[in-house]
Design a protein. Sequence first.
Length: 272
Amino acid sequence: MRPDEFLRALHLLPAALHARALPLRGYVRRTACQDCLRIGDAVTLALTAVHYDEIGSAEQLLDTAERLAAVHGTACRPQPDQQRGRGRVGRWAAAPAPVVAATDASWKGRGGGIAYVVSDGHYGLRGRGTGRLDPTGASRVLINELRAVDFLLSAYEQAPAGMTVLLDSTVALRWLRRWEAGEVAAMPAGYSLRPRRWAEQPTLVRLAEQVSRRPDLAFRHVKGHSGHALNEAADGLSHMARRRLEETFEVRPRAHALVEAFLKDWHASLTR
């Protein structure tokens, strides 16, 4: 259950049950902990019961969730869902053209979005808030441009050989060039190398090592907002991901339709 879905369902509860369910919100998230999953399932079923006016059942389910939570303690940290925000427009899966991708990032205030679009139909978008390890200013924007490239490459078990990746950030491109040349220890200013609790390596460390090992991948600059179909699609997705942090709307159908339209233009341009 997404956070916005939880909050909408929460408002259906009578005041007394609302006050009991709100502290259990942390359990309604993806996690590797089986105890947390059981608690979260009970809370989700309680909210579903209320939707069907089964207040008594909802109360019993919250009783169960509270009892389990009292034994378990604080909710465990959510487990990253690597497939969240990813999709594919299937009609281009077997297209004979070379594989070309575009990545982009959008940032405003304390929220941002990263995205990618690939000529083979793959796409992804993900919203990001400001973390305690994130730098400020231009470094924050740069780091998220590079995170978008990692987001793209992690969509595949192994990125297609010979894939070209387009970026509209010349600064991010310079860092990729350094890593290609073997300077994998170099990192943008302000980027923290402190161990992450949810990954074996910091994102850019992982990206630098992968780029250094894949000389077949080509990173190229594309001018932003110049009408390039793949760049415009990635730009649109990154803005959509950022807006989704503050607005409630169905992301998947909008993202799929946007990618489908721009990929149609991209592949049509190859035959002209």
